[in-house]
Write a protein that binds this ligand. Structure first.
Ligand SMILES: NC(=O)c1ccc[n+]([C@@H]2O[C@H](COP(=O)([O-])OP(=O)(O)OC[C@H]3O[C@@H](n4cnc5c(N)ncnc54)[C@H](OP(=O)(O)O)[C@@H]3O)[C@@H](O)[C@H]2O)c1
Length: 258
């Protein structure tokens, strides 16, 4: 039976490239994002053109029941989910305390933190029954260090790191591997960083730091690491790692004011 890799948060950056990497090795890849059917169709088309198997799903992961019914649908249509990738950050934009309403604070927590809990609560019992599985959680600098304007984001991401450790404490001995993967730098991700900066600034960023210079992270290179972690021998699992470009410039030292 085909194994399924579910990616929650599949844009043209990390999520989409992780999908392409797993599809290369025979997984059916379920790409899920909140909007942009055309973007999903494009990624599915690219995977299929390369001989892989993929499907696209529009889902808003913060809606009640959305993650749970997504998992039910994917397992009924495509087979058991062997690998889940939770690729949503808690980004609600930089806001001072006075501009962070209770609702905004809670939204960051819902996207970044509660969503991981919901994936685990729905999927882990099934994985245990099947003998194992993997959850890869994309993290960010804010999981390790608070910063100006990051009340909601950093609180959600930092708490999520502890959630991953707690899930491992209970489920790693049952052969479920949770890896917390800290992306500690800017990524060549047009659907997230690209939208945050706007087309002109993003193009300038790529010109000055990508395109052969490799000073921001390329999602295809990140995807190779995700694939490797999901296939490690269980005597040597990675529970947490951080990745940055070779210039070793962490996110908060990255000049994005171009
Ligand atoms: N990009 C960076 O510079 C950077 C740096 C450090 C860490 N990270 C981490 O990397 C992860 C994101 O990867 P990426 O930036 O490369 O992005 P990506 O994989 O290109 O795209 C992520 C996708 O998540 C989708 N999404 C957002 N909210 C959603 C929701 N409520 N329900 C379902 N889908 C939703 C968005 O879809 P729509 O476009 O359809 O809304 C977006 O396209 C996050 O965990 C973030 O913290 C990114």
């Amino acid at each position: 039976m085909t194994e399924v890799c579910m990616i929650i948060g599949a844009g043209a950056g990390i999520g989409g490239h992780v999908g392409k990497r797993f599809a290369q090795d025979g997984y059916h890849v379920a790409l899920c994002r909140r909007s942009d059917q055309d973007g999903l169709d494009r990624m599915v088309g690219e995977i299929e053109a390369a001989g892989g198997s993929a499907s696209g799903h529009i889902v808003n992961a913060v809606e009640d029941g959305a993650i749970e019914s997504l998992i039910d649908t994917l397992e009924a249509e495509f087979g058991p989910i062997k690998v889940a990738v939770y690729n949503l950050g808690a980004q609600i934009g930089n806001r001072a305390l006075a501009d962070t309403s209770l609702k905004t604070f809670e939204l960051g927590w819902r996207i970044g933190n509660l969503g991981v809990f919901r994936v685990a609560q729905k999927l882990f019992p099934k994985m245990v029954e099947r003998g194992g599985g993997t959850l890869l959680v994309t993290s960010a600098t804010s999981a390790m260090r608070g910063n100006a304007g990051q009340h909601s984001h950093a609180a959600a991401m930092g708490g999520r790191r502890m959630l991953c450790q707690t899930l491992n404490a209970e489920f790693a001995p049952q052969n479920i591997h949770v890896a917390h993967i800290l992306i500690d730098s800017a990524v060549n991700a047009p659907d997230t960083l690209g939208k945050l900066l706007g087309p002109e600034r993003f193009a300038k960023l790529l010109e000055s730091k990508a395109q052969g210079k490799d000073e921001i992270m390329e999602p295809s290179a990140i995807a190779d690491t995700y694939f490797h972690i999901a296939h490690q021998h269980r005597s040597a699992w990675t529970f947490e790692l951080d990745m940055r470009a070779f210039t070793d410039t962490a996110w908060w030292n990255h000049p994005l004011d171009i």
